[in-house]
Design a protein around this ligand. Structure first.
Ligand code: S3P
Length: 176
């Protein structure tokens, strides 16, 4: 992989704070913000939960990969991704082409507390969401660690502190 863009790409598990931090970063940098889940919702004309329920996860993953291919490569942006985006290698490769991947990390207990506030995540609508979260975290953590260019811990920080830490970690912004 040769050329890499200057965008800031937020990766991490559900509840890591990617969407909120993405909004904060867009305000701070004045860069455009692209949220893959939002783009998928618009494209499909329905919620992520409805897509999972009607067409299934595979179809959602197809839409997700299509969306990653549509992200702009010609300007610095803030890119917010869904927690499963790295499951497909080609998504990871494309995101790396666009910029710097920041892994927003939090411990399992914190993630569970945050995701329990809203029942919008189809993957956690099971008999035992706590066990499911544990299982998903086990398979995804190695991917976040593999592809993350930098890690920012979010558990003990407020949104401003996390956004500041992301900007400090991202070389594109620091060099401006
Ligand atoms: C998913 C995470 C969700 C969303 C979809 C699948 C996942 O995004 O893309 O429900 O596989 O982890 P968030 O990480 O923003 O919750």
């Amino acid at each position: 992989m040769s050329e890499r863009g200057n965008s800031i790409v937020l990766i991490g598990f559900m509840g890591a704070g990617k969407s909120s931090i993405g909004r904060r970063l867009a305000a701070l940098t004045q860069w455009s913000r692209y949220d893959t889940d939002e783009m998928i919702r618009k494209k499909a004309g329905r919620s992520i939960a409805q897509i999972f329920a009607v067409e299934g996860e595979e179809h959602f993953r197809e839409l997700e990969s299509e969306t990653v291919r549509e992200l702009p490569a010609d300007r610095s942006s803030i890119i917010v991704t869904g927690g499963g985006i790295l499951l497909r290698k080609q998504n990871a490769a494309q995101l790396r082409r666009l910029g710097f991947l920041i892994y927003l990390r939090a411990d399992e207990k914190t993630l569970f507390r945050r995701v329990s506030r809203r029942a919008t995540r189809p993957l956690l609508q099971t008999e035992n969401p706590r066990a499911r979260l544990h299982e998903l975290l086990e398979t995804r953590t190695p991917l976040y660690e593999k592809y993350g260019d930098a890690v920012v811990d979010t558990a003990q920080k407020n949104h401003d502190e996390v956004a500041e830490a992301v900007l400090q970690a991202a070389p594109s912004f620091a060099s401006r």
